[in-house]
Write a protein that binds this ligand. Structure first.
Ligand code: CO
Length: 185
């Protein structure tokens, strides 16, 4: 299992709600954590591994030993967002090497289902709220470049063009692996 890189169309595709809970879903979540730790991330959404469902995982420590910090959210919904917003530095595993200051609400309240399909509510603030909102965006087909200030996006233009060129090359080399048209943004 590998991370899907921008501008793969799977990052913009609709994500289906999870309806079946069981060993297959457990295995997907476990695989996502493994990919996330291997790539030194703190969060990952299912479309980033090419599976277009509403599942996200994160661990604010990024430490594979800290299993008690792992969060798995199926079909999450934001039920409240703090009015206060702040900028914070973000990267994305689908955009290697690109970082920018992104403005987000400082806290969110979430409803989601766990891996057994049981509902729960979570209140997150600061770093955890930021990670969650970044991953939740992925479930909506929203990428952090969409939230960058124009000046930051302009600063990363060459790097984004390189990602588009690399995607096109992979598509020529492995048409079965890279599907759909590349749309530069
Ligand atoms: Co991301």
């Amino acid at each position: 299992m590998d991370v899907v890189l921008y501008p793969d169309p799977r990052l913009r595709a609709p994500n289906d709600p999870i309806q079946e809970f069981g060993p297959e879903l457990d295995a997907l979540a476990r695989d996502m954590f493994e990919v996330m730790y291997r790539t030194e991330g703190v969060g990952l959404a299912a479309p980033q591994v090419g599976v277009n469902v509403r599942l996200l995982v994160f661990n604010p420590t990024g430490d594979p030993e800290a299993r008690d910090q792992e969060r798995v959210l199926c079909n999450p919904r934001i039920v409240r967002s703090a009015r206060e917003r702040e900028f914070g530095r973000e990267g994305c595993l689908s955009f290697p090497g690109i970082y920018a200051e992104i403005e987000r609400p400082v806290a969110v309240t979430i409803e989601a289902l766990d891996l057994r399909g049981e509902p729960f509510t979570l209140e997150l603030a600061d770093w955890e709220a930021r990670i969650f909102q970044h991953e939740f965006d992925h479930l909506e087909g929203v990428l952090f470049i969409d939230r960058m200030r124009p000046v930051d996006k302009a600063a990363h233009r060459a790097a984004l063009e390189e990602l588009v060129a690399a995607y096109r090359e992979r598509r020529v080399a492995h048409p079965e692996r890279a599907r759909g048209p590349a749309r530069p943004e």
